[in-house]
Design a protein around this ligand. Structure first.
Ligand SMILES: O=C(O)CCC(=O)C(=O)O
Ligand SMILES: [Fe+2]
Length: 209
């Protein structure tokens, strides 16, 4: 059952997210993914057999060797068919609705995957979408790692305009949102298993990948 407090929490979360995306293009919120959803995702990703993951790639043109110098994580795309995926996708749909209602972003669909960085895995600096070439508009990441310490590495560095950057620890239930075309980012080498779910809200324009 959803309680009034949970409804208030999600409303406040959505208001903060909309304000932050509107004013600065990114939003970082620790402890914001409801605990039961984060726990269900963590249980599921840890139970997934290795065979369900594959090496992440960075584009059709690059060969596998080149790929591995850029990113080393392993991913498993969602099909929405497990309960954990379904409740997370339901939660993400609140974000889509709020961004469309208040910021007219025209977000139309969503795609997401689990990511597993093993010890030593990283993802070098990149952007998730090239302007005018991709339907990806808004990136969403939820981290699933309990008791992450500074010694564990694996921070996500988000590069801001004016040579500024923010470092984000991949701590359990933290949410990160940013405009996919506007923020280069990278994942520093992780010193322990690092789990997350990542997704992209897309617009519906033909001719883009
Ligand atoms: O896991 C993260 O912190 C970022 C992942 C990422 O940049 C990506 O999958 O495109
Ligand atoms: Fe990325």
């Amino acid at each position: 059952m959803i309680t009034c407090k949970e409804t208030d929490d999600i409303q406040r979360f959505l208001e903060n997210a909309v304000d932050a995306i509107h004013s600065q293009g990114y939003f970082i919120a620790p402890h914001s993914l409801p605990q039961p959803i984060a726990q269900a995702l963590l249980d599921e990703v840890q139970a997934l057999q290795q065979s369900h993951f594959h090496e992440a790639s960075i584009g059709r043109e690059t060969d596998n060797t080149q790929n591995k110098t850029i990113r080393r994580d392993q991913i498993h795309w969602f099909n929405g068919q497990t309960q954990a995926e379904a409740i997370w996708l339901d939660w993400t749909s609140n974000i889509q609705t709020a961004m469309n209602r208040y910021l007219y972003m025209g977000l139309f669909s969503f795609e997401g995957h689990y990511a597993h960085y093993r010890q030593g895995d990283f993802y070098k600096k990149h952007v998730d979408a090239f302007r005018g070439k991709s339907n990806r508009k808004l990136t969403l990441i939820n981290y699933l790692n309990k008791s992450w310490s500074q010694d564990d590495g694996g921070e996500m560095i988000l590069y801001l305009p004016n040579n500024q950057s923010v470092s984000i620890a991949p701590e359990f239930a933290t949410t990160v949102l940013f405009l996919s075309e506007d923020f280069p980012h990278e994942v520093l080498p992780s010193k322990r298993d690092r789990y997350s779910v990542t997704g992209w809200f897309r617009i519906n324009e033909s001719g883009h990948i």
